[in-house]
Write a protein that binds this ligand. Structure first.
Ligand SMILES: Cc1cc2nc3c(=O)[nH]c(=O)nc-3n(C[C@H](O)[C@H](O)[C@H](O)COP(=O)(O)OP(=O)(O)OC[C@H]3O[C@@H](n4cnc5c(N)ncnc54)[C@H](O)[C@@H]3O)c2cc1C
Length: 408
């Protein structure tokens, strides 16, 4: 066990491994700690999709940067990373949501994204298992991609380790020592590490870790699930990801079958602080009923999924914020304490870009771009109330693809 580090990154999921790699690449002596193992909790259970157009220009920029970093991953890290640049399609079935499709194309083009409107025939040609007859508008982003979710954090952790980072599994952080408003040390079950800098990237446990220094992070872990069918003859890996905007459903090829996931209108918030310390994401109770309802809601678009045999059903606990943007910030009033969380079910795909900019901020003393939309303190005082926070975050989850702002 090392006794001293320039930075301790808590949590070896998508966010933590990317931050650790980018800090190590900048010559920092890094310790990456996880109470379980590398990529063992929510990250390996993700769908592994990118969607570069986001509601926020900063998040679009970071998501586009992340795709470019995945494209040149081997050159940057020395680690292989398989991905399928299948492109993605999003369709809307109502005029209101069609207006959002048009708006996303306009904003995407402004940002330099290869996004364009396509016809129903073209959508069906690209994804033959999609019946887009009811679509009012459809876009296609050629450069969107998907990958096996656990591969990305595992590759970043290996690359960080090769650059000298200490990657410590089975090492739970139990306390964070501070002095005069500055981080001084991290206490773990296996000993202490002296450090002036901590990054809290503990996923569903972000609040638990931040509360060790009395800091409140306004996020709500929310269950998200998907399933994968057994192989279906017309499915090919190079076919695009398809999203149905108005019902918040995504579908993509996986292992010869199709994967379906989505955002149910009545999601489940999970307060991990009320669970035993031994709780892991593998213990999370899953429920197929919301996925069944979402499958029925897109029966016209994906008749192939009706009654399809299920090969895998999985889920995890991404962390929601009230406005759907991540939290990436240095905590005011606590020198050396950074938070990287509030993944809003998009943290895996944006982790390459977030890791790069956060490491640059830490190393250079200031962020390379204006990260103020991701500030910890941007939320109104009403969200100090945990019940109001929970309601706002669940509303945001249930309207995941919508660009409507969360009601106050
Ligand atoms: C079904 C599903 C589909 C998804 N699809 C996508 C997708 O298509 N695209 C996308 O971008 N995102 C997707 N996501 C979201 C994505 O999985 C998350 O955004 C991402 O994994 C968040 O990573 P993380 O590092 O915050 O959390 P985690 O992967 O959970 O990592 C946090 C780590 O912190 C550790 N930890 C906690 N407390 C401590 C402590 N006290 N000491 C030490 N270590 C600690 C944990 O053990 C854990 O390993 C999906 C999620 C789910 C569940």
């Amino acid at each position: 066990m090392i006794q001293e580090a320039d930075a301790v990154v808590i949590g070896a999921g998508a966010f933590g491994t990317s931050i650790a790699f980018h800090l190590a690449r900048r010559g920092r002596k890094v310790a990456l700690l996880d109470k379980a193992g590398v990529a063992s909790q929510t990250s390996p259970r993700a769908a592994g999709l990118t969607q570069q157009i986001r509601t926020d220009p900063l998040m679009t920029e970071l998501a586009m940067l992340s795709v470019r970093k995945i494209e040149r991953f081997v050159e940057e890290t020395g680690e292989p990373l398989a991905f399928q640049q299948s492109g993605s399609i999003k369709l809307a079935r109502t005029p209101d949501f069609a207006a959002q499709i048009h708006d996303e194309v306009r904003r995407g083009k402004e940002a330099g994204l290869d996004i364009e409107l396509i016809s129903k025939d073209e959508a069906h040609r690209l994804a033959p298992w999609l019946v887009p007859d009811r679509a009012e508008a459809i876009w296609y982003t050629r450069s969107d991609l998907y990958l096996e979710p656990g591969d990305l954090p595992r590759a970043y952790a290996r690359a960080a380790q090769r650059l000298g980072a200490a990657v410590l599994s089975e090492t739970a952080v139990t306390a964070i020592g501070t002095r005069d408003g500055a981080v001084e040390r991290v206490v773990t079950e296996r000993g202490e590490i002296r450090t002036p800098l901590v990054v809290d990237s503990a996923g569903a446990w972000t609040r638990v870790v931040a509360e060790m220094t009395g800091i409140r992070v306004p996020i709500v872990p929310t269950r998200h699930q998907l399933y994968i069918t057994r192989p279906i003859p017309i499915v090919r890996p190079e076919q695009p990801i398809v999203r149905v905007l108005d019902v918040n459903v995504y579908v993509r090829p996986e292992r010869g079958g199709l994967m379906l996931g989505g955002y149910e209108p009545d999601p489940l918030a999970v307060d991990v602080r009320a669970l035993p310390p031994s709780f892991q994401i593998k213990d999370l109770a899953l429920d197929f009923a919301p996925l069944k309802r979402l499958t029925e809601a897109v029966a016209d678009q994906f008749p192939v999924l009706q009654g399809a045999e299920i090969a895998e059903h999985r889920g995890g606990l991404p962390t929601m914020t009230a406005d759907g943007r991540h939290i990436v910030d240095q905590v005011p009033g606590m020198q050396g304490f950074f938070v990287c969380s509030g993944c809003c079910v998009g943290g895996l795909s944006i982790s390459p870009g977030i890791g790069e900019v956060l490491a640059a901020w830490i190393a250079d003393g200031q962020p390379p771009l204006d990260l103020s939309p991701l500030r910890l303190t941007r939320f109104g005082p009403e969200l100090q109330d945990d019940e109001r926070l929970r309601q706002a975050c669940l509303w945001r989850y249930a309207h995941h693809y919508s660009d409507q702002p969360t009601p106050e």
